[in-house]
Design a protein around this ligand. Structure first.
Ligand SMILES: *Cc1c(COP(=O)(O)O)cnc(C)c1O
Length: 352
């Protein structure tokens, strides 16, 4: 059967009916790639898979939640949606709103979102408002607006976002025919770790899987409120998608960590950049810096000897967004190309 998007595929697990107008860009069904490089790094008995969410229509996992959030907004008669965003939520909200023919408003921290994401939001026709403040400021304002005006909030405190995003867990289990032992994931506003944990639990209760994974969430060291146990007023990291000081789903992320006997830790920007460079060079996929936090977390636990005394099995790292959205840091890290004239001999010399 041809893939029709996550609502069509998983409707029996989602809050939809035959009357729900399905607004889809055929998101989901993203690659789950075996990484021989990372499997080798962990050691024998372990298989590492990369869930490449950059392959979604707008280039991030946000599409899984946005298809449901926008479909439900339209079903409820809403004329528009609004969100605060570090970039990808706005790109996704703008695209699904365009498809639905409804208004989209996004508040972004001025100068702090990647160019590709800003371009997407603008080009899909959203009303983009750059706020001279950070994500947390934008989020507070959006909350107040939606309490007082007729516009639907599509940040991940909208439960439909979490519902849609849990389909990532279903796909992993469908593909592996079981749940992984360890699930690595970047943590920003903490909606996605919440959604995956919900998805695994629902599949468990439905008898689709017979075990649950340990959830291993990673924040950026300069934006690690959950790890520190307190809000961070001025979060700082190169991984702009997870530059968040007061996560909306803080409690449910801690719950996922505790119930699954997992961890929520932090990785430094240096560790993020290391993983950010390793993934494309070994596995052939280009991710954005925030996405590399999951693999940075895996490498950190490998170095600590974490996998020496745990049961063998499958490890999944979620790669949340596409690298093309944010090439600036990549260009700083990459070696500039060699420049020569149209000189055959010189070029041959450079190659061999
Ligand atoms: C939104 C986002 C995250 C963080 O997800 P949360 O649900 O906010 O924890 C991580 N990586 C990318 C690329 C994102 O767009």
């Amino acid at each position: 059967m041809i893939w029709q998007g996550v609502i069509s595929q998983y409707k029996k697990y989602l809050p939809v009916s035959d009357k729900t107008p399905v607004i889809t860009l055929q998101e989901g069904n993203t690659p789950l790639l075996y990484s021989s490089f990372l499997s080798r790094e962990v050691g024998s008995g372990f298989s590492v898979y990369l869930k490449f969410e950059g392959a979604n229509p707008t280039g991030s996992f946000k599409d899984r939640g946005m298809t449901l959030a926008v479909s439900k907004a339209v079903e409820e008669g809403s004329k528009g949606v609004i969100c605060a965003s570090t970039g990808n939520t706005s790109a996704s909200a703008a695209a699904y709103s365009a498809k639905a023919g409804i208004k989209c408003v996004v508040l972004i921290p001025k100068g702090a979102i990647a160019k590709g994401k800003l371009t997407q939001a603008l080009f899909h026709g959203a009303k983009v408002i750059a706020v001279d403040g950070n994500f947390d400021d934008c989020f507070e304002i959006v909350k107040k607006i939606t309490e007082n005006y007729p516009i639907t909030m599509v940040n991940s405190i909208n439960p439909n976002r979490i519902e849609g995003q849990k389909t990532g867990a279903f796909e992993i289990c469908d593909y592996l025919k079981s749940a992984p032992c360890f699930h690595f994931i970047p943590v920003g506003n903490a909606g996605n770790i919440t959604a995956y944990w919900k998805g695994y639990n629902e599949y468990f209760r439905a008898g689709e899987i017979t075990r649950l994974p340990h959830m291993l969430g990673f924040q950026a060291a300069g934006a690690a409120p959950i790890v520190k146990g307190e809000k961070v007023d001025n979060p700082e990291t190169i991984a702009t998608a997870i530059r968040i000081g007061n996560p909306a789903s803080w409690q449910s992320a801690v719950k996922a960590q505790e119930e699954s006997k997992g961890v929520i830790e932090s990785v430094t920007d240096q560790e993020i950049i290391e993983a950010y460079k390793l993934i494309p060079s070994h596995d052939g996929i280009f991710v954005e810096p925030a996405s590399a936090a999951s693999v940075a977390g895996l490498l950190k636990l490998i170095r600590r000897g974490f996998f020496k005394d745990v049961e063998n099995g499958n490890i999944v790292c979620v790669l949340t967004g596409h690298g093309l959205k944010d090439p600036d840091i990549a260009l700083e890290e990459a070696q500039a190309p060699v420049v020569v004239g149209p000189d055959l001999d010189k070029i041959v010399e450079l190659i061999f």
